[in-house]
Design a binder for this molecule. Structure first.
Ligand code: SAM
Length: 232
């Protein structure tokens, strides 16, 4: 069954563009780029690169960037924008030689990748020894509540969220801005255990605060995290 990405590609391109959305522009872009600067990476692979926005930002740091994504229309658009080499491929089956990259990035794509263990094995394989896997992801409490509707804003500024089946793994559909896609809820323990079992070591973890408009509201109940894992 389709995960909705082909049908949602044009709406996604219109919604994201170079400006990005709140999660990217106000929360994740700056700390993700900081980690790439610290890594001083020369060869970066972006898993689930979408229409290539973050590839272009990473390339502006001076690195060689490669983006992969299985959604043909997103890769076609990325190719019109340049900045990186783009391939239509899945994270679970990467068309690259072993030890090809210093850094592998997954920018809000882990929840969209059906077979995470396979994707992590592939990321490990294409990383050079001492390589880094940089992940930005949605908190698992967010994905556990996705099918229950958006958080309710209470009069005191707090939020109420309906959540269910946190410890299960299940697909759910998300809809906004004419985008309708299926992604996956998995508990945090699943991601952590899979990363550890693949042989990665956690080197950095953050729940970045938002900056700019609406930061105060977001920071009361942040729903994004960032982590960096190193291979051996
Ligand atoms: C939420 S978007 C993120 C796109 C981009 N990283 C960004 O931040 O704008 C998730 C992306 O994951 C891609 N995706 C879905 N299944 C995938 C898979 N098996 N391997 C790699 N990417 C996949 C989708 O096509 C989509 O472009």
């Amino acid at each position: 069954m389709s995960d909705g990405w082909d049908d949602s590609a044009q709406a996604w391109i219109a919604a994201l563009g170079d400006a990005g959305d709140f999660s990217r522009r106000n929360v994740l872009d700056a700390p993700m780029l900081d980690r790439l600067r610290v890594a001083n990476a020369h060869d970066i692979l972006d898993l689930g690169c979408g229409e290539g926005r973050f590839c272009r930002m990473a390339a502006a740091l001076g690195a060689r960037v490669v983006g992969i994504d299985p959604t043909a229309a997103l890769i076609a658009h990325a190719n019109t924008q340049g900045g990186a080499a783009y391939y239509e491929a899945k994270a679970e089956d990467l068309p690259f030689e072993d030890s090809s990259f210093d850094v592998v990035v997954s920018y809000l794509s882990l929840i969209d990748i059906p077979d995470v263990p396979a994707a992590l094995r592939e990321a490990n394989r294409v990383l050079r020894p001492g390589g880094k896997l940089l992940i930005a992801n949605l908190n698992s409490w967010t994905t556990a509540s996705q099918s229950k509707g958006p958080p309710v804003r209470n009069s005191d500024g707090s939020q109420t969220l309906l959540m269910d089946r946190y410890l299960d793994i299940f697909p759910s559909w998300a809809e906004w801005n004419d985008i309708r896609i299926q992604n996956w809820h998995r508990p945090m323990s699943f991601y952590m255990q899979q990363l550890l079992q693949t042989g990665f070591t956690l080197a950095h973890f953050d729940e970045p605060k938002a900056v700019g408009d609406h930061a105060e509201f977001y920071n009361r109940a942040p729903y994004l995290y960032l982590m960096e894992w190193h291979n051996s």
